[in-house]
Write a protein of this length. Structure first.
Length: 147
C-alpha cells in the first residue's frame, strides 16, 4: 500500500515537471522527463518493485551468512583454489609445450621436418605458365612460413 503511494507520487511529480518543461517549449526534454516519470508506476504495476525488495533481502541474508558462517568462507577458499588451478593450467599450456602422438611432451618444431618430406615438387612448366604466375608468389609466401 505504501509502495503504490510512493510510486504514484513520484510519477505525478515527474509529470508535473515534464509539463512545466513543455510549457517552456522544450518538448524533447519534456518527453524524456515524462518517460522517466512513468517508470515508478510501471515498475510497481509489473511487480518489479517487490521483486527488487526480495532481492535486497536475499543479498542481506547472504551477507550476514558470509560474516557468521565458516562454511561460506570455506566455499570462497574452494573457489579461489579452482581459479588458481585454472590459471596454472593456462600458463602451462602457453609455455609452448605440445603433446606428441604418444602422449609425451615434444618440443615445438620437432615434427616440422616430417611435414617437409611430404612436399611434391612443382613442375617447371607450371612456374613458367603466365596464368599461374600469381600462384608462384603465393607459393613463395607459403615456403617462407614453412607451410
Amino acid at each position: 500500500m505504501l509502495t503504490s503511494t510512493v510510486c504514484v507520487a513520484l510519477s505525478a511529480a515527474g509529470l508535473v515537471i515534464a509539463l512545466l518543461t513543455a510549457y517552456r517549449r522544450r518538448f524533447r526534454r519534456a518527453t524524456m522527463i515524462a518517460a522517466a516519470a512513468l517508470l515508478p508506476v510501471g515498475l510497481y504495476m509489473t511487480g518489479l518493485v517487490s521483486l527488487a525488495g526480495t532481492v535486497v533481502r536475499a543479498v542481506a541474508d547472504w551477507a550476514a551468512d558470509l560474516v557468521f558462517k565458516p562454511s561460506v568462507w570455506a566455499g570462497f577458499g574452494v573457489l579461489a583454489l579452482s581459479v588458481v588451478l585454472y590459471v596454472l593450467a593456462r600458463v602451462g599450456r602457453s609455455k609452448g609445450v605440445a603433446q606428441g602422438s604418444a602422449g609425451r611432451a615434444v618440443a615445438p618444431g620437432v615434427g616440422a621436418p616430417a611435414l617437409a618430406q611430404g612436399k611434391k615438387p612443382v613442375p617447371k612448366a607450371a612456374k613458367t605458365d603466365p596464368d599461374l604466375a600469381e600462384f608462384g608468389e603465393i607459393e613463395e609466401i607459403l615456403k617462407r612460413r614453412g607451410i
